[in-house]
Design a protein around this ligand. Structure first.
Ligand SMILES: [Zn+2]
Length: 444
């Protein structure tokens, strides 16, 4: 340990503290300050992790999977460094280590669970050298952020190859992730759901319909959602790998349950995509060599954080807040909302700030027509691009009410609505809407 790292750690901790006092999220600033003072800080701190470093990458489900993985390791008695808040670019990753370090500048941890933005692996991997990578899926993200999915895949594969001993834990139902694992040359295992569970929307966007190995159109036995399913290339033999961690007897209703390795895992939240998140975290713990004996117990107390199917009570109504930032995520959110057969109101908030992607044409790839259902009593559009959202709904003949201010919308719908409100927001809407709901919950 160097004086320099001790200095950087403490300066960063103070920065984090000051930012919080000012009511800001100080995480990335703390990372920025630490890196400025000592560019080698990440390498030095992460090398002090006693056992393994696990990173979680993939378009959707990173934060939930990573936090669940962390909770599972803690349930096994491990001390874990984790970027819980989902700050997953270089500054956020550095901050997770710096804020976990003691004042002497040392890390006391058995494991690190770090969610890393795919494009940021370029900056993070040279210092971090992970032992495992969980890859949740590869979907098209907000269009203008990183460009096409092929670019993301190329970056990932290049970075995976820089750590040849790193074992990949991939979603085998995703042809793109499976191909990446096979092509990388790194050791890998897969998880998956081998039989159909829910009906997949007919018009859903499917990335990777063509074989990455030979270019032939893949043939599918069935789709789960988006391009996830049981696929095979009729020309070169590339196909869905038999899963090492295989979910069977899957139940998806007001809760989720499935069996893996003769264990029944259950969770109290909705959405088929959460089966994958649970399976990914479980496969991660098992692949790291742990028994996962406490995994089922851990799930009982686990709540996906930061507006992932987060529940509130406002003006006597049940409110569920969920993040939906790209077509695959949005379609899964809609499916989860429609699994609730009770009458419901819906608020959809769309912003186009830098972090959301300025280009919101991805809205046209979401299956909003599924909201045409007698249980959906009303849809309100909010946020900076509420007009565009309203137009998108109008295109499929679904009327909506326009209330740009989300607080006003929530207040109205919780007072006058069905008592069952879903609020779907994209990225920059999440933090503010969550604060509004917390405030209204206290006042109401
Ligand atoms: Zn092929």
């Amino acid at each position: 340990m160097s004086i320099r790292s001790m200095f950087a750690v403490n300066a960063a901790k103070i920065t984090g503290l000051v930012c919080r006092k000012l009511g800001r999220q100080g995480v990335t600033w703390a990372g920025k300050v630490a890196l400025k003072l000592y560019p080698g800080i990440l390498k030095e701190l992460s090398s002090q992790v006693r056992e393994k470093i696990i990173v979680v990458c993939g378009t959707n489900g990173k934060t939930t999977t990573n936090n669940m993985l962390c909770a599972a390791l803690e349930a096994e008695g491990k001390k874990v460094v984790c970027n819980h808040t989902g700050s997953n670019m270089l500054n956020g990753v550095v901050a997770a280590f710096v804020l976990a370090a003691g004042p002497g500048g040392r890390i006391d941890a058995d494991y690190a669970c770090i969610e890393v933005d795919e494009a940021s692996t370029k900056h993070v991997f040279p210092a971090l050298q992970p032992d495992y990578m969980v890859l949740t899926n590869l979907f098209r993200d907000q269009l203008d952020r990183y460009g096409e999915i092929d670019i993301t895949m190329n970056i990932l594969e290049e970075m995976i190859r820089t750590v040849p001993s790193m074992k990949l834990i991939v979603n085998g139902d995703d042809a793109l992730s499976a191909y990446l694992a096979m092509d990388s040359g790194n050791p890998w295992v897969s998880y998956g759901v081998p039989e159909p569970v829910v009906e997949s929307g007919l018009h859903e966007i499917r990335e990777g319909r063509f074989c990455k190995r030979c270019g032939e159109r893949l043939s599918y036995r069935f789709y789960h959602f988006s391009q996830l399913g049981d696929y095979e290339c009729p020309k070169c033999g590339f196909k869905r790998p038999a899963a090492d961690f295989c979910a069977s007897d899957v139940e998806v209703s007001d809760h989720i349950a499935f069996t893996v390795e003769d264990r029944r895992l259950e969770a109290n939240y909705k959405g088929f995509y959460n089966v994958y998140n649970m399976l990914a975290a479980y496969a991660g713990v098992r692949t790291a060599g742990l028994t996962a004996d406490r995994f089922a117990e851990m799930l009982k107390g686990f709540h996906p954080e930061n507006g992932r199917m987060e529940q509130f009570k406002v003006n006597g109504a049940d409110v569920v807040l969920n993040l939906a930032k790209n077509p695959a995520g949005f379609n899964q959110n809609i499916a989860a909302v429609m699994q609730d057969k009770r009458p419901k109101d819906l608020i959809i908030l769309i912003n186009d700030n830098a972090q959301d992607g300025r280009d919101i044409s991805w809205l046209w790839d979401v299956d909003f027509d599924l909201l045409e259902n007698e249980t959906v009593w009303s849809i309100t559009v909010s946020g900076i691009r509420c007009q565009d959202m309203r137009l998108r709904l109008k295109y499929v003949d679904i009327p909506s009410e326009l209330i740009e201010n989300v607080e006003t919308a929530i207040d109205k719908k919780t007072r006058e609505g069905t008592g069952n409100l879903y609020v779907l927001v994209n990225y920059t809407g999440l933090f503010g809407t969550r604060n509004i709901l917390k405030k209204m919950e206290v006042n109401g």
